[in-house]
Design a binder for this molecule. Structure first.
Ligand code: NAP
Length: 262
């Protein structure tokens, strides 16, 4: 991939104020993309934009909650009025939500995880795909090892359900959108060092924990060290680039082999 891989292209990254989304935004901007930075926390998004500009890139802050239809419609309209086109979408915003035994998990807690992770992904695609149909492009959905290969994270039922559903959407839409030259793939990260634990509430872990132990640690490639935001961002950059032009409907696990163990 050349440094100017995305020159003249416009990208949208949801949840661009921290973690994987921020890493993706910085990487795409370094490659020449103009990046729409969507999220709820203005000062974090402004900080991402400042870092992009300091490195010679450009973008704009788009304040919106991914689960709110009107906010998403307005934010994406703003990006399109400014740029006229959209080539790359990274549907990344998400929360761990509440991890608890199913008989203890409250309906509101279940609904919240579904609203942000699943409805949020739907709204992101619903409002962007119509613009991408004009020129084709690449969509990258940030799923997880949970719900795709791993089912041993204690109490993560709602979270896993959203991540499995995202993977189903990717496969369904790869067929629907192929005729428009739009590729769509999923990245399934394992443990990555981000702030996602701030968005996690865990109850009664002992009741749902499955006793699995591995003698050599649970991330074979790193001896147990979590991955970095850059480990994920570089795979996002690959899926957004021409180097992956014949890849669609495909999950890539970015987990150092973690999900093969559990
Ligand atoms: P993070 O650092 O907490 O980043 C998540 C971002 O999403 C934040 O910027 C957050 O900002 C934003 N966000 C949350 N709810 C939102 C909403 N309703 N509307 C708009 N933005 C919202 O966590 P991360 O680890 O980078 O997570 C990114 C994605 O990776 C998630 O989909 C997560 O499920 C997935 N993932 C992470 C890991 C991991 O180990 N870190 C592993 C597998 C999958 P605000 O809260 O300020 O809005």
């Amino acid at each position: 991939m050349s440094l100017a891989e995305y020159e003249g292209q416009t990208a949208l990254v949801t949840g661009a104020g921290s973690g994987i989304g921020k890493g993706a935004a910085l990487t795409l901007a370094r490659g020449g993309a103009y990046v729409g930075l969507l999220g709820r926390t203005e000062d974090e998004l402004e900080e991402t934009l400042a870092e992009i500009r300091a490195a010679g890139g450009e973008g704009m802050v788009l304040l919106a909650d991914v689960s709110q239809e009107d906010e998403m419609a307005k934010a994406i309209d703003r990006l399109i009025s400014e740029r006229k086109a959209l080539n790359i979408v990274v549907a990344n915003a998400g929360i761990n939500g509440t991890w608890a035994p199913i008989d203890d998990l409250k309906p509101d807690e279940f609904d919240k995880t579904i609203a942000v992770n699943l409805r949020g992904t739907y709204l992101t695609l619903h409002h962007t795909v119509r613009h991408m149909k004009k020129s084709g492009g690449s969509i990258i959905v940030i799923s997880s090892i949970n719900g795709t290969r791993t089912f041993t994270s204690p109490g993560a039922t709602a979270y896993s359900a959203t991540k499995a559903a995202q993977f189903a959407m990717v496969q369904q839409l790869a067929l629907e959108l192929g005729q428009h030259g739009i590729r769509i793939n999923a990245i399934c990260p394992g443990a990555i060092g981000t702030e996602i634990d701030d968005n996690t509430s865990m109850r009664k872990k002992a009741q749902t924990e499955v006793p699995v132990e591995f003698p050599e640690g649970d991330i074979p490639l790193t001896g147990g060290e979590a991955g970095t935001v850059e480990d994920v961002a570089e795979v996002i950059a690959f899926l957004a680039s021409k180097a992956s032009r014949h890849v669609t409907g495909t999950p890539i696990w970015v987990d150092g082999g973690q999900s093969l163990l559990r």
